[in-house]
Design a binder for this molecule. Structure first.
Ligand code: TXD
Length: 317
């Protein structure tokens, strides 16, 4: 049986970290594509040279030719431009939509059977563009944001309660970042919901509210510290969890941006909801019952994504 093939479109900070994790976890061989093929090839060679030390045999290569991704089982997309000072959101939308258009064409031509994970921002719109332009089935095209947002939420809750991150689960929905909707009553420490922990005196509602705000601004907090570039270790780890669930048919329940088709009363755009990821891609969408406040927050988040899609359509890219 041949090793799995994983194509990484974009060999920047996240792309390099993805390749390293794929090697360490022995998930398969890696092809990195970038408009700077030398960077892709250099990172691939460097990471492969850590294989003898760490004990992995993944073959890694870098390329500027889409033909090299042929037959990939998984494609993870990070290609694009980050927001620079003076750039508007429309500028980023236009530039990255152009990039994603090229990526969609490459995937459609060479890897139409792949499971595709998009990471490029603005996430919820870019993953929609990728699915529309590639024509791949929606259950095989997902966006990564919720796993990252919930991982940040889990860390901050674990720090607040002074317990292991392993025993904290978090439940987030909605668009990436500031419109994210954490459902604290489904977030737990070893099965005990956060609101019960507030009642038990483990924390206060004010502290939970502050943690929610910090989580929603989690990306911005890191951008500010780094001064150039954005988070890449946790985003890469999050996408790997999704890829692993697909490749190993683990059927993990993970919050991912998926195309809604009537679930939660919404349709025809991508937004984050909990889904089962298995060997068939998105195998099931979990539709939980909202309280009126949760529904209002989720609808507001959906409106923000829909507004960005409308802005994108007006650009005529
Ligand atoms: O939760 C999330 N979804 C995110 C999203 C969390 C963190 C960062 N997120 C976004 O991921 C971020 O806003 C960016 O849009 C992407 C990639 O982040 P990364 O930190 O890896 O950015 P880099 O280091 O700038 O890498 C981007 C690479 C770089 O090597 C470019 O040369 C390449 O993309 N690039 C291209 N590759 C292929 N094809 C085209 N057209 C292209 N254009 C640029």
């Amino acid at each position: 049986m041949a090793r799995k093939k994983i194509a990484l479109i974009g060999a920047g900070n996240i792309g390099g970290t993805l390749a390293h994790l794929i090697g360490l976890k022995e998930l398969g061989d890696v092809v990195m594509f970038d408009v700077f093929p030398g960077v892709a090839a250099g990172k691939a060679l460097d990471i492969m040279q850590s294989g003898p030390v760490d004990g992995f045999d993944s073959a890694m290569s870098g390329t500027g030719d889409y033909a090299a991704i042929a037959g990939a089982d998984v494609v993870i997309v990070t290609a694009g431009f980050p927001r620079m000072p003076g750039m508007t959101r429309d500028d980023l939308l236009t530039k990255n939509a152009g990039v994603i258009g090229q990526v969609a064409e490459g995937i459609k031509t060479y890897a139409p059977n792949a499971f595709v994970i998009c990471i490029t921002n603005p996430l919820d719109v870019m993953v929609w563009v990728l699915q529309q332009k590639s024509g791949l089935p929606p259950e095989k095209v997902v966006g990564m944001a919720g796993v990252l947002d919930s991982s940040r939420f889990r860390l901050f809750l674990a720090q607040e309660f002074n317990v292991s991150v392993e025993d904290v689960t978090a439940f987030v929905l909605g668009g990436h970042g500031d419109t994210m909707v954490p459902l604290t009553r489904y977030s737990t420490v070893a099965g005990v919901p956060v609101p019960d922990l507030v009642k038990m005196g483990w924390t206060t509602q004010e502290k939970i509210d502050a943690i929610v705000t910090r989580t929603a601004n989690g990306g911005g907090e890191i951008v500010k510290l780094l001064e150039k570039g954005s988070a890449f270790y946790a985003p890469a780890a999050s996408a790997i969890a999704m890829a692993e669930s697909y490749l190993l048919d683990k059927k993990r329940v993970l919050p991912c941006a998926v195309l809604l088709n009537g679930e939660y009363g919404q349709k025809d755009f991508y937004v984050g909801v909990p889904v089962v990821i298995g060997g068939n891609g998105v195998e099931r969408i979990l539709e939980v019952q909202f309280t009126p406040e949760e529904k209002a927050a989720f609808d507001k988040s959906c409106d923000a994504v829909k507004k960005l899609i409308e802005d994108f359509k007006k650009l005529g890219v």
